[in-house]
Write a protein that binds this ligand. Sequence first.
Ligand SMILES: [Zn+2]
Length: 340
Amino acid sequence: MTQSKWNNGTVLHYCFFTNGKYSVPKVQADAVRDAFAKWKAVGIGLSFQEVQKLAEAEVRIGYSTKEGASQSAVGRDVLTVPLSEPTTQYGWDLTSPYGRGTALHELGHVLGMEHEHQSPFAGITWNDVAVYRDLGGPPNNWPRSVTYQNILQKLSAQQVQGSTWDPDSIMEYEFGPGLIEKPDQYQNGLTPPGTLSASDKSWVVKWYPAMAKKLSTLQPLKLASADQQVGVNIIKRAIEEPLRWITQNAGKEGSIIVQQVKDAKEVEFGYNAATETFENLVAAGVIDPTKVVRTALQNASSIASLLLTTEALVCDIPEEKPAAGAGGPGGPGGGMGGMY
Ligand SMILES: [Zn+2]
């Protein structure tokens, strides 16, 4: 999973094919939406957002009972799939209990999870001949190479979660009798429950921990001296400055807009100067919260420490200029009033 997992906090956009051979019927699309919601409800830091254009989606979902294959690219590998093709394909009804398990399983691949039965820690000894025969026949009709890739091939330790095998995982296949030789208890077959297991949930949250909501106010600091309070006040003022300048450059009154944003109840509420609207800037895709805060604080403290260590500063004090038309003789270089 480490090789292909997403950066935490990524918003994954998904889109269903609505025409052509991969067109997804509405009831099947609803089953996939439900599976996205179940993964999100585990409390992960990734988000899923449905979009209406295939070209705007990292995850493109197709459906074809004719092809009869349910499969998905793993994690960031979806980005390597050509835009005209599904990254994630379903081949059978997703509304049955088994189908709902399939819907979750393929999205597990989208999150970067690999097959549990291919874990090097599973300790499975296969009856290779029986496996090739079973998967080579209906309903899968897999060529040998696909059977090898999906079942017999062992993954590296870096590609799997943890160091034990979880036979209840959503990433485990159902196997009929005679395919697994060892461990002994699975010789008569293996039937995983088709739901998210306890370790599926704990691993996915470990990789994608929930993003903590920012606090809307700075916590009061306990300060040892009044000098330190000055520093706090500088930071409080400094973090208003980017918004003040953005709005001023957009031709608006900075202080009024800063005050409106400070008064807002919503945590991620802000002013979008490009469209002149107040909105949730994270949802609108305008800001990446972590980077903005870090950069603002780094720059503020960098300049502050420069001033403290140099103890001197050359700056430009604005001159008071006479009002236009009030110039005339008397001033230096007289007679040039109004021209600067
Ligand atoms: Zn799979």
